[in-house]
Design a protein. Structure first.
Length: 107
């Protein structure tokens, strides 16, 4: 709902990109990345690049960290095209999936 400021211009009470507090957004994006990485590790198993970086044993921590990186990339890309913070969370999930898929298929 618009309100008037000192100059008589209208501004929105809640900016579209700030519908969630920064701390809550950070924690949600972190959870999306870790959760996506762990789920991906469980279902996809180790790929060639993962075996080269993490050794012969699959590392859930490595998948979680790559998932977090993808979540932050996706979140910030969604916000950079002026989507809302809620759509940014969808971008975080898509970024997690894209980076994990790319990380696994790199040869």
């Amino acid at each position: 709902m618009p309100i008037a400021d000192r100059e008589g211009e209208t501004q929105h009470k809640e900016d579209a990109n700030m519908s969630l507090s920064p701390v809550v957004s950070f924690l949600i994006v972190l959870a999306i990345g870790v959760g996506g990485g762990l789920v991906f590790d469980h279902f996809a198993g180790p790929g060639w690049f993962k075996r080269q970086v993490a050794g012969a044993m699959p590392s859930m921590v490595t998948s979680a960290l790559v998932g977090v990186a993808g979540a932050f990339v996706g979140f910030h890309l969604a916000l950079s095209v002026a989507l809302s913070a809620d759509a940014g969370l969808v971008g975080a999930a898509l970024g997690t999936a894209a980076v994990l898929f790319g990380w696994r298929t790199v040869r």
